[in-house]
Design a protein around this ligand. Sequence first.
Ligand code: MOS
Length: 745
Amino acid sequence: MEKLKQIGNPLSRLEGVQKVTGSAKYSGEYNVPNLLQGYIVNSTITKGKIIEIDEKAARSLKGVIEIFSHKKRPKLAWFDIMYSDMDAPQGVPLKPLYNDEIFYNGQPIALVVAETFEIARYAASLIVVKYEEETFKTDLITNLDLARPPKKGLLQLIMPTPEIKRGDFDKSYSNSNSQYQGQFIHQEQHHNPLELFATTTVYEGDGKITVYDKTQGTNNCQVYIGNVFGLHYKDVRVISTYVGGGFGSGLRPQYQVFMSVMASIALKRNVRVTMDRAQMFTFGYRPKSVQNTKFATDKDGKVVALYHQALCETSQYEDYSENIVNWGNILYPAENTKTDYQLVPLDNSSPLDMRAPGGSTAMHAIESTIDQLSYQNNIDPLEFRILNYSERDVSTDKPFSSKELMQCYLQGADKFGWNDRNPAPRSTKRGKRLVGTGMSSGIWEVMTIPTRASAEIDAEGKLTVKSAVTDIGTGTLTVMTQIASDSMGVDIEDVNFIYGDSSLPLSPIQGGSYTTGILGSAVKAACNKLQKTLFKIAKKMDNSPFLSSKFQDVEFQGAEIFLKNDNSKKIAFVDIVAFNGGKNIKEKKFNSLNNSKKKKYTSAAHSAAFVEVEVDEELGVITVTRALTAVAAGKIINPKTAASQIKGGMIWGISKVLFEETLTDHNFGRHLNTNLGEYHIPTHADVHQLDVIFVEEKDEIINELGIKGVGEIGLCSMSPAIANAIYHATGKRMNNLPIHFNELI
Ligand code: MOS
């Protein structure tokens, strides 16, 4: 019988119409009755103490209900216990309104609650705060002497150690045939999803609250709120159905969650707290970084020595660290390798994972250095990477569970027309503009975390699958519906995936590109278990055709169970549920972790990006005229939503190289361009032809469905490919990002 095939079907996203017509409700749009509105006051100094908060004028405004600050806040469980959320780095998370101490400019110091948002915001502007200011340090570049290794914590135990030492780097480097030493400085970036952070807390009474929050993890927020406010987890329900972009900013509960819940409990009212765009710059960002590389080759062009150092900013209260220097050896197995990773604690807020954290930072340095060496060796950049291709992860001495990067190179180059280029830099012109092509490899790890799903069949034979997971715009709703449809043998119109609610089966935060792999496996496992249960019941039914059959003898399709060798023998799910007294039949299952087997392998998604740029040296304008990314990420469930993920990453790559940076006035320790007018990102006019191809890749180790995930891999290879294309066009190595026009002219 023809099998249903939803896996592999380029289905349009199921919630697309709701999103583009405005009927999708975001967390700041739940208009519950008698809703109060909060507005947060942020510190205007960078370091010091609050001496006085003059609330007189604000309190005299009609409609102001309450003003909270460290001087007036409810007693909270938070301050009695050690607590970290699921994504907290080593250190002590910021405790809003804890005391008079200021750690960074923009730190939340008070909350005004009023009848309307406008009154709350106006009242907030009337509050006068007196501070005692201290001297501060916010600039990474002028404080590199403060660099030190990250403090070791629980998280660091499971992360690869950032100090690798293989062979004798110094000796090998100085004795080698060809060397390149590069320094790469990347500016800070803030996530800036379109949807602003907002929390609507509904006070249910009896110690219960329902919280509509913009978050990447409903269970993470639920546990955070439970711990901070001393509530039973079951009395805290966090709902996050639609999320207007996360990119990492919602991995941790942000301070508006705290403010909204605190005010709601204290006032026994429904309270919403929304951030404005400028406040989106007062927490979490991709840290500014300085990377130093030294790679060298032997006379055949083989990379024999590799040094990679990264120095990144963090806050004074948490050691945010990311994996930057561990990637070099996984891609390029140099016998002599040395790495170094250090943090510079500054008077800034803590950095936070941003799409491909670490990996996208690292890849620009690694792939620019590799690219430079290819030119120095007179070898085509693609040939050079193939020459240095690694079939084994030498950094851990393990095989890859699968690695089709070679196919990404070959198929990508073919489709892009890589061989049409004149290899010499500055050799190609289109009118007055220089034209260049460049390419790069990309790599991103595959992670496995426990997650759970339930699956149930109702009296109409319809399937409902549930998980607490959020869909941050990645297409989770759509791909889980597809996986459930195939796994259970129920037509896709009859599958309902319910998600974004902490009361549903446990889910980790959506991030790290792992959601489709881990949750897809849990959904499949729950459906398989449910099939077995249905079959068991079907065997007991009167005149069951399966009386002497085993589970292996049947298949499931169109909400019916068939005998494989005689499909006239069948029982419909509706009849099984009717036999069950009309009660839904339900099963739950965790994904299988299979850790002992996985530990023997390195698992990663790979990509290869090919880019063409035009450079106008008179005006200092760079245009990415076309780009193609070839991706090996295991099984692709939905080529349409997956390609959208990759294109999003490619556009971010354009952003990283040509546009995006948070500017800070270090005299004041304050960000300058805290709005979307001055925080530059690509517009439609900056984005030209983008193509994505997925190469076949079978992986039987990572999970039952062979899924690696595509959320981050599209970004990793894109920015270095652009920088390498600019080198080919101009002969100039662009090591600092973003590139400013004056560096070209
Ligand atoms: Mo992503 S930075 O794991 O949300």
